[in-house]
Design a protein around this ligand. Structure first.
Ligand code: ADP
Ligand code: MG
Ligand code: MG
Length: 893
């Protein structure tokens, strides 16, 4: 027969693994039902039904009958019919998507009440006040979320009713007051929505279901999904759940609970309870809640049962759960549970606690934490004990803790920071013109825009602290001031502190403390704060799990001994990229200038001879710091003009000197050289291997410095393991020529020293042509290191220095990509080339060593990709090493 799609599932039919179909709430209600926990009976309309509705504007044809059938079963079970006048069954209609979107979509309680059934409910419960309270809540919620009436109209009327009576809390309103309120609410609905509040219970239910479907595409929900990178096509399920009542008097109430502290991971009793209340009351702050522990005094039986259930849930989900519950006249009901959100620190603690409890194994523990959480724990933090003056909160766009003087334009940011001031750049939103100011600032604060706004994208790219979209802060750039709620005015120069991990904004300087996790990696962790010790112990254990299983090795990008030593402390297993350009700066620039200006071989050799011992000394130190571990040294890569004076500055200097008739011979030659070397597009110009081929003796000098440094270390009984890397190769011929020259030099040094230095020679793969001819290139290379920064630039044709700040925001907003390809490797394009090149290279040379040294080496998602492709190692900045180790472990477990 024809395939029948099932659109409705009873709570007894589902389970926790059906989140795609039933949403998180529905799947977990079903799971709890099947665990035998007290869940009010009900059923779930699937996300498939929602998708049909959103695509076609109509509910699927079969839905109405299916809902009728499930409703009838429910009515039979409860022994009353929906909205039945003398004894009404009431239900809630609750949204619930696959991923929890707190407060983003709609729920309506008390469906089934009408002018007639409210009387029946009052008689049945023996409580008139309760019935009318429930009815006014229904009209209020239904009016707002289903009929689109401005919710404030209802809230204002409620306030007025309390004021008229001279009371402050809703529970002080009696049945007569509430009856009057209901009358007013119904009138408001009629005038505002142009229709009467529906008296037919099924019509109420059907309209509420549609409203929930539609809330998937509400502005709030869409914005939230964009920020959280939740796909837009999942749709929401709808749960129809028979009502239980926490507003039936003092022996009733409603609450929320966590099976552990979501902030610390500590086991215990965490939550809030409010008696004589319904639904959101407990989180809405309408009356003061009590701590969950106090429930023990109020209702010991329910409390004990709740504790029992919490234990059952933890053992079942093997994780922290959060819970919504209601007590109706001493009877406990479970209304929701899910694996709860937690802070980064709690994630690590909970993972190890669960291992200790025998609930999960080490591999599972690795899945319970992320590299992003570890990175968060490594940022310096505001001192939690400090007295703070919070003035607002925005979106946590780029983590870190930044303190500085408020400035409202880029020019001032640059000017002040040049004179040594720390500044926070505050804008309504940023645009490419603000880039220099953003670089100069300690942190960036905006009042508009979300996680994909210009400010957020650029700040994350720069690793700079950013809070964006702090809407309650009014930024007035013209008058150089910002106004916070309560009329607090922040003028230019006032100190502010921003927390990019929480989005919080403070007035004044909040003291910053180093992260205990970094102190631990640095080997400086001293006992003291117990809390920090526990966190560090958990991180230590999880890192050990990761190191045990990971297959990828992790190296550091480091250019000097100091960075190399730090990288080692952080767990680096070598250096994957030592850039040599920094070794040509400072006082050595003079010799580089001479090298470039040399007219004769002799002059050139002289300049190189001066550079050689300096380079050698750098390498000796580096090899010593990384003794016993591989160090990949990249020969000079950037265009030479980077070592020469700026063309404009030099032109002006020469012109001025000429006008005074005292032009200096050297400046004139320099200017000529600058003109000669000037390129329209230096990144695609004379750089990398091309320098080695065009400037005689340059690469040979570098190779000699490396070889002699290695020989010196060996004489000192060290274990240097140098690897020489040639950048920007496009064809194997380039590599062969440079390689022959290098081998000659190495031979010479080895013969002189009487040693086999075991140097290996390899290349970067950072041009599409290199990737496409990797099979040939591997003939001349003992290793490949994928330079994914340049490879991304050249595969996409994106200039990294320009595009992120100019049009990436637009690209992200249009969904062309979800994240910058410079941040996370573009698997389909750049990644495909990496995969193919790795395979072709290994086909030629099975023992070819493969690594990656772009920024992607420290990016969690990219690390997983490199694991999958079968690379041997990733290399990243020293600070990212723990993240890469953890993610490599997660990828392998
Ligand atoms: P959200 O997803 O925003 O938490 P819910 O669907 O969970 O929305 O419901 C909102 C509030 O109403 C919650 O406090 C919930 O516990 C309560 N609630 C939902 N359904 C019922 C019901 N059948 N009986 C009593 N309270 C309910
Ligand atoms: Mg809820
Ligand atoms: Mg490069």
């Amino acid at each position: 027969g024809p395939q029948v799609v099932k659109f409705v599932y009873d709570f007894t039919e589902g389970n926790k693994d059906l989140k795609d179909l039933l949403g998180g709430k529905g799947a977990n209600l079903a799971e709890m039902t099947n665990l035998g926990l007290p869940v009010p009976p009900g059923f779930t309309i699937t996300t498939d039904a929602c998708k049909v509705y959103l695509d076609s504007g109509e509910e699927p044809a079969a839905l109405r009958d299916e809902v009728s059938a499930h409703l009838e079963t429910l009515e039979q079970r409860m022994g009353k019919r929906l909205g039945q006048h003398d004894d009404p069954l009431l239900v809630s209609v609750r949204s619930g998507a696959k991923f929890s979107m707190p407060g983003m979509m709609d729920t309506v309680l008390n469906i089934g009440l009408s002018d007639a059934s409210v009387e029946g409910l009052a008689r049945q419960a023996g409580d008139e006040r309760f019935a009318w309270d429930s009815y006014r809540r229904l009209i209020q919620m239904f009016g707002k979320t289903v009929l689109g009436v401005d919710g404030e109209l209802f809230e204002d009327a409620l306030e007025e009713a309390k004021a008229a009576k001279g009371v402050t809390v809703d529970t002080d309103l009696d049945a007569a007051d509430l009856k009057k309120l209901v009358k007013g609410f119904k009138k408001t609905v009629r005038t505002e929505a142009g229709r009467d509040f529906p008296q037919d219970p099924r019509e109420q239910m059907d309209l509420a279901v549609k409203a929930v479907f539609e809330s998937w595409n509400g502005d709030r929900a869409k914005l939230y999904r964009r920020q959280e990178r939740i796909p837009h096509d999942l749709g929401t399920a709808v749960n129809i759940c028979s009502m239980v009542f926490g507003n039936l008097g003092p022996d009733s109430g409603t609450g929320v609970a966590f099976t552990r502290d979501p902030a610390s991971g500590q086991q215990g009793v965490y939550g809030d309870y409010l008696s004589n209340a319904q639904g959101e009351d407990v989180v809405a702050g309408i009356r003061n809640t009590v701590a969950l522990a106090d429930l023990e005094q109020l209702d010991k039986v329910s409390y004990d049962q709740l504790m029992q259930i919490m234990e059952t849930l933890e053992n079942h989900y093997k994780d922290l759960c959060d819970i919504e519950f209601t007590i109706e006249r001493g009877q406990l009901w479970m209304l929701q549970t899910r694996v709860g959100k937690r802070t980064a620190g709690a994630a690590f603690r909970i993972a190890t606690q669960l291992v200790d409890q025998g609930l999960i194994d080490e591999a599972e523990a690795l899945q319970r934490v992320t590299g992003a959480q570890l990175a968060q724990l490594m940022f310096p933090k505001f001192d939690e004990d400090a007295k703070v003056d919070k003035i607002g909160r925005g979106i946590a766009a780029s983590p870190g803790a930044a303190v500085g003087k408020a400035v409202f334009d880029s020019y001032t940011a640059i000017k002040w920071s040049r004179s040594g001031e720390k500044v926070i750049l505050i804008r309504r939103e940023t645009n490419p013109d603000d880039l220099d100011g953003m670089i100069a600032a300690e942190g960036i604060l905006t009042s508009r825009g979300g996680k994909t706004s210009h400010a957020a994208v650029v700040a994350r790219g720069m690793g700079k602290t950013c809070v964006c979209g702090a809407e309650e802060l009014e930024v007035d750039t013209k008058r150089r001031r910002m106004t916070a709620p309560g009329g607090i005015v922040i003028e230019e120069g006032d100190v502010v502190s921003i927390d990019g991990s929480t989005g919080k904004v403070y007035l004044g300087e909040v003291p910053v403390v180093p992260s205990p996790v970094v102190e631990y990696f640095e080997g400086r962790m001293h006992a003291g704060a117990d809390d920090a010790d526990e966190l560090v112990a958990a991180v230590h254990r999880v890192m050990a799990y990761a190191d045990r299983v990971r297959r990828l090795r992790v190296r550091a990008n480091a250019d000097n001994a100091e960075d190399a030593l730090r990288a080692r402390r952080f767990g680096a297993q070598g250096i994957g990229l030592c850039r040599t350009e920094h070794m040509f700066l400072g006082e050595r620039r003079e010799y580089v200038e001479r090298l470039i200006l040399a007219d004769t071989d002799e002059e050139r050799e002289q300049a190189l001879d001066r550079l050689l011992p300096l380079q050698k000394r750098d390498f000796v130190e580096l090899f010593e710091a990384m003794d016993g571990l591989p160090v990949t040294v990249r020969l000079l890569d950037p265009p030479l003009h980077e070592f020469l004076p700026d063309i404009t500055e030099l032109s002006v200097r020469v012109a001025l000197a000429e006008s005074r008739k005292d032009a200096n011979e050297n400046d004139l030659r320099l200017l000529q050289a600058v003109h000669r070397l000037h390129e329209q597009n230096p990144m695609l110009g004379l750089r990398g291997v091309r320098l080695g081929l065009v400037i005689p003796g340059l690469f040979a000098m570098q190779v000699r410095a490396i070889a002699e440094a290695a020989a010196e270390r060996r004489d000192a009984k060290g274990d240097p393991r140098a690897e020489i890397m040639i950048p920007l190769v496009g064809t194997v011929q380039e590599l062969e020529i440079v390689r022959d020259e290098a081998e000659q030099v190495i031979d010479e040094v080895q013969r002189a020293a009487g040693l086999d230095l075991k140097l290996s020679l390899g290349t970067m793969i950072e041009l599409p042509r290199a990737a496409l001819t990797a099979g040939q290139i591997a003939e001349a290379a003992e290793f490949f290191s994928f330079g994914t920064n340049d490879l991304t630039q050249t595969v996409w044709g994106f200039s990294r220095d320009d595009v992120e700040a100019s049009f990436f925001t637009a690209y992200l907003e249009k969904g062309i990509f979800g994240v910058s390809p410079f941040e996370t490797i573009d698997k389909d394009g750049v990644g495909a080339l990496v995969r193919a090149a790795a395979e072709a290279g290994r086909a030629t040379r099975p023992d070819l060593k493969l690594g990656v040294c772009g920024e992607h080496g420290g990016d969690p998602e990219s690390v997983h990709f490199f694991h999958e492709v079968g690379l041997d190692y990733v290399s990243c900045s020293p600070f990212r090493i723990p993240v890469a180790r953890l993610e490599a472990g997660r990828a392998a477990s």
